[in-house]
Design a protein around this ligand. Sequence first.
Ligand code: ATP
Ligand code: MG
Length: 521
Amino acid sequence: AVVREEMDAAGAHEVLMPAVQPAELWQESGRWDQYGPLLLKMQDRHNREFCFGPTHEEVITDVARKELQSYKQLPVTWYQIQTKFRDEIRPRFGLMRAREFVMKDAYSFHSDAASLEHTYDEMAATYQRIFTRLGLTFKAVEADTGEIGGARSREFHVLADSGEDALAYTEADDFAMNIELAPVTPPTTDRPPPTAELTEVATPGAGTIEQVCQHLAVTPAQTVKTLLVEGAATATGATPPLVALVLRGDHSLNPLKVARLPGIQAPLKLATPEAIRQAMGAGPGSIGPCKTALRVIADYSAAQLADFVCGANRDGQHLTGVNWGRDLPEPETADLRNIVAGDCSPNGNPIAIARGIEVGHIFQLGDKYSASMGATVLDQNGREQPMLMGCYGIGVSRIVAAAIEQNHDERGIIWPAALAPFSVLILALNSRKSAEVRSFAAELYANLSQQGVDVMLDDRDVRPGVMFADADLLGIPHQVVVGDRGLGQGIVEYKQRGSGESRELELGELEGFIAAQVAAA
Ligand code: ATP
Ligand code: MG
């Protein structure tokens, strides 16, 4: 309801598109094969091919090319709230990454870039309002456009330690990016001069950076790791040579950055252990950039090292005191790694890292779909132009899981008011034994319901301890405990799930108090 209200307020029109989509549309856009195994494909009784929609760019572009003829009909934004299916390789954490889930997806159509930019900004503001109203702590970050394609994109993340994504941001300015995308700026200082001799040392059984460091009593930042990836496929079809990537031992490879480099196979493909042995004469744990005919690309930080440790290209052997330009050629350098806390933003401010759960994603698609699918309108001069598009997703069901990640304690869920399935929970203690409790609770339930309060009544025949534990587990914001003894004294107990604060209320003030609590949230 919150998503719908805010989308309506932003001027978007609600529609409902088919969940099952014909293959022809996806063949037109080129995604029938490109989308890969995530796409659930099926056939009808005539053996025609369909998919269950993982997203709706193709369908909406088909609608648009039929409905829109003139620039005068633009801009327009359509949205739906609907079940999507993605054959996820690793569905997990229930609603967090499900194969079937509910998404709000919106699509906008424009006759020029300024109009697209305007709606994109408006959607960003709408998302800010939605996630704020839902009581979530979140961050918007610039993001990779992935296989949906297009120019600009921004993700909205609910902050939680269990989040799958790492976000790089600064306190000092408005820099905020998914680490998939965040650039690491090259160092501005000179590399220190060599001081150590090149030495080969035996490191039996040490295959990981950690083991090598332990063996040689050095830190990971004094070592490099070498990863071999496949070169870009050539026109002749001959197997392209592998490329050696060199990173500081404490850094991690960023596959998206590397795949964008010229001459590298995209998406990135790591070399097999057999191919590594063939190219380097050693297993993956003992390889290094010295004495190799392969193209070597060093990450800026790895290229900055002097007297470093690397594999010797002989099993169980490493080299220490290695220096670029002396013991091996100066490397080609590039940004190959994920940004880390302490790196600098482009403005020179220190980067911090937070973890997030992606709950929303907005894109500027440009003419990616309208050009391939022929969705054109006549412009002011009567010429046919492909429309420009934006698309805007919210993981409605994922929000539920993300909200719980962010709002819980050891006893269970603490629902933010806007997301709570009920506002008030009445616990009728031992109601099977007490006619008084039964009738008081039923009357309270009826009265609050009549006032429009969303209320749930627990009148199960279970012990009070079980009822209290379940109430905290379910996390309904306001609990009203109705018991025999209290009623005898003219009182009931009220407890707020979030703060844990409780108080006794006189029967006369009860309904007014509860209504006020619910309204205040
Ligand atoms: P992810 O990177 O998490 O796989 P995505 O980038 O592929 O997501 P989009 O195509 O941007 O997802 O879809 C819009 C929104 O739908 C996402 O921001 C996310 O909140 C939600 N979503 C995507 N996949 C799932 C899923 N398998 N289960 C639940 N929600 C999902
Ligand atoms: Mg996304």
